[in-house]
Design a protein around this ligand. Structure first.
Ligand SMILES: [Zn+2]
Length: 489
């Protein structure tokens, strides 16, 4: 205890000095904080010293038996896989505003009630309703051929006859800038090779408006993926309100490289893009919520969830049907095992992550009063591959990090005991910004972006054993956090 206080005192000291330092830094020049100045100078080459963690306050010996039961039950049940099979094969993909998403919501509500979960309910959310319609891309010269494409979500459509123009190819925004006015009247093709999702996705989200700045009439974006078997990847794009809205579609790596070669040789290829894409009026949808009510502190909440909507291609199996099933099945399994924790475990299947994030925002607004009682929020939205552990928000209190690391030791036998330095998720982002501690279920990410947002995100890509391991990992972590006698922070 003595030592604990000492460590806490040191942390407090470190935090206070950091705050003083940060305040000096910000007040020095609030407009251009990066500009090097006499005061900012010492920050120029910061060497981060790893902060020692306080001792954990959770006693995991009390949970070894429960963790073993949870893991055993998850690995011997086919419920998660059979439910994901129903969702993908019998309902299918679930774009916001679609009949499929509404059917999926109805099904989850009735099944969750059958599972005996508590407070099963739908919380209404108005969602954008974008529809793809018919779409196509063709090369007209120098060699007529069909090209594989997939319109980007939120894009406008083309006139019925399509947009026909020369395709000019750039590898990055810098090349576009150098092209400048020569892009006028053309279709700009972005052939940016995948580095990381976070870095490369800006061509998908901002590429159309950047091209429109120079007068382009359309844009084509190399799919945000490291590999391709002629697989186009859709995903959300946003328009800059200051620029004209031009249609934009994803093309495959193969097509992007073909156009690049032709462009480099001076072939000046012409293409015709046709898209019927448009927005309908907002549609009614809902976040699906179910709970395992806490036995002693029911008003304290451990939130687990994923997003229930998907793109309108493939089956939304890994993204994010699987993540939803993991959270749902974790709660159902605990219920079946008679493991009712002290605090409430709340499952949230968010609507409209992909093209609006209205579900995550609506949850924050509807639950503002109880956000302070959210002990932890875990999102599962990286596919349901072999779990490696959890990514905990970099800003999480050190005591939370120490406790999660300790609890994760219960998962070392199945290899999902890592607590990574950062984590979170799109759907829990709004409540994290209000102070809720967030984490992600981390999985082996080596193949996620091969199929992400494609026709190939289907059930056959899901390994039932890996899915079961995800359920075990989520259920054990959520259970111990919800049940520990002391506080997590
Ligand atoms: Zn997702």
């Amino acid at each position: 205890m003595e030592e604990l206080l000492h460590v806490r005192f040191l942390q407090l000291l470190a935090l206070v000095s950091l705050l003083i330092f940060a305040t000096a830094f910000v007040s020095q020049d609030p407009v251009q904080p990066q500009r090097p100045g006499p005061i900012a100078q010492p920050l120029a080459s910061p060497t981060p010293t790893p902060t020692p963690l306080p001792p954990p306050t959770v006693r995991i010996d009390e949970y070894r038996a429960a963790a073993a039961r949870i893991i055993g039950a998850a690995l011997t049940s086919d419920r998660a896989y059979s439910r994901l099979a129903h969702l993908t094969d019998h309902i299918g993909n679930r774009l916001s505003g679609s009949k499929n998403l509404e059917r999926a919501i109805e099904w989850a509500l009735s099944e969750m009630k059958r599972d005996g979960l508590d407070n099963v309910r739908a919380e209404k959310v108005l969602v954008p309703h974008w529809v793809r319609g018919e779409e196509s891309l063709a090369m007209l010269t120098p060699v007529p051929r069909k090209l594989t494409m997939l319109g980007l979500g939120n894009s406008v459509g083309t006139p019925a006859e399509g947009v026909t123009a020369e395709a000019v190819v750039v590898r990055n925004f810098g090349e576009l800038e150098r092209l400048g006015e020569r892009a006028r009247g053309k279709i700009v093709v972005y052939n940016a090779p995948f580095t990381t999702y976070g870095a490369t996705v800006s061509y998908r989200s901002r590429g159309a408006s950047q091209a429109a700045r120079y007068g382009a009439v359309g844009a084509l974006v190399r799919s945000i993926t490291p590999v391709s078997l002629q697989t186009p990847h859709t995903g959300a794009m946003q328009y800059d309100p200051a620029q004209p809205r031009i249609p934009v579609a994803a093309i495959t790596i193969e097509t992007a490289e073909l156009l690049q070669r032709m462009h480099d040789r001076g072939d000046r290829p012409t293409v015709r893009l046709k898209m019927e894409a448009k927005f309908m009026p907002d549609a009614e949808s809902a976040n699906v919520i179910a709970e395992l009510k806490g036995s002693e502190k029911p008003d304290e909440i451990v939130l687990i969830g994923g997003h229930y909507d998907s793109w309108d291609v493939g089956q939304g199996a890994h993204d994010d049907g699987g993540g939803c099933i993991v959270a749902w099945e974790a709660a159902r399994l605990l219920k079946e095992l008679g493991l009712r924790p002290r605090r409430t475990i709340r499952v949230v299947l968010y609507t409209n992550e992909e093209n609006g994030l209205r579900g995550g925002n609506a949850y924050r607004d509807a639950h503002r009063e109880e956000l302070a009682k959210h002990v932890l929020a875990i999102e599962s939205d990286s596919g349901v591959y072999r779990p490696e552990g959890f990514g905990l928000a970099a800003t999480a209190p050190l005591q939370v990090r120490a406790n999660l690391r300790e609890i994760a030791k219960l998962l070392s036998g199945i290899g999902s005991d890592r607590i990574a330095a950062s984590g979170g998720g799109a759907d829990i982002g709004p409540i994290m910004r209000e102070g809720v501690v967030g984490a992600s279920l981390d999985v082996d990410g080596s193949h996620y972006f091969d199929i992400h947002h494609t026709h190939a995100d289907t059930l056959d890509k899901v390994n039932p054993q890996e899915l079961a391991l995800c359920v075990a990992t989520m259920a054990a972590m959520a259970y111990v956090v919800a049940d520990m006698s002391g506080s997590l922070k």
